[in-house]
Design a protein around this ligand. Structure first.
Ligand code: HEC
Length: 198
């Protein structure tokens, strides 16, 4: 009976060395990145989303959390990625418009909805919530702002972009151009909030 440990085989040694090298490189990379980030005066990542909540908005965020909206939505970078993200929605719609949607989604959408609407749709409960709750939730959502053109923004970057012009020119069918309005033209008329057309 020998309790002597078996020596490592050379293949095992090579695997350990490869793992060790990767681990060391990751650690060095992390330390270097953090050192640069902490010493730099400018933020390394540009901030494109803004959450500056009013008192009512904060109350709304609590109601939003309790109402389980995150089962289908993303907000404040939390929630599910399977449904619609609400981050940045406040840079596109006013609180009144969002509230109108929450109360009467089908009327508002001018077309069939998937989850919001009348029972048995899965989010039918939303329009049945107390009016005051919906008002506060709408204020919360209207305070989820994002810079136009950022990844969560519902609005394109301000001004003309040659890239977008080329994409629209190449890929958008002629009938869409007749049927839909280019929202960038609207934006130039009235910067900031999108106009409420009813
Ligand atoms: C069962 C899934 C589900 C739940 C739960 C849900 N939603 Fe939605 N939500 C959707 C879907 C899907 C849409 C797109 C409209 C539609 O087809 O119903 C939507 C659209 C929206 C929109 C409009 C977004 C836009 O860009 O026009 C808002 C605002 C919204 N939801 C807020 C809420 C809030 C607030 C709650 C919780 C009180 C909630 N949702 C709960 C699925 C859900």
């Amino acid at each position: 009976m020998s309790s002597k440990k078996q020596p490592l085989k050379s293949g095992e040694k090579i695997l350990f060395i490869i793992f060790g090298v990767f681990f060391a490189l990751a650690m060095i990379g992390y330390v270097v990145l953090e050192t640069i980030r902490l010493r730099s005066d400018e933020p390394m990542y540009t901030q494109t989303t803004f959450f500056d909540f009013s008192e009512e908005g904060l109350k709304g965020s609590e109601l939003y959390r309790k109402a389980n909206c995150n089962a289908c939505h993303r907000a404040l970078r939390a929630g599910t990625s399977m449904g619609l993200s609400l981050d940045g929605l406040g840079s596109k719609y006013t609180a009144e418009r969002i509230e109108q949607f929450l109360r009467e989604p089908e009327k508002y959408y001018h077309g069939p909805t998937i989850d919001h609407g009348f029972p048995p749709k899965e989010a039918a409960y939303v329009s049945q919530m107390p009016a005051e709750d919906l008002r506060l939730i709408a204020i919360f959502i209207s305070e989820l702002k994002a810079d136009p053109g950022s990844s969560v923004a519902k609005t394109p970057p301000p001004g003309r972009s040659e890239f977008i012009d080329t994409m629209v020119g190449t890929f958008v069918p002629q009938e869409w151009k007749e049927k839909y309005k280019d929202i960038r033209e609207k934006q130039q008329e009235q910067p900031g909030q999108e106009s409420v057309d009813e």
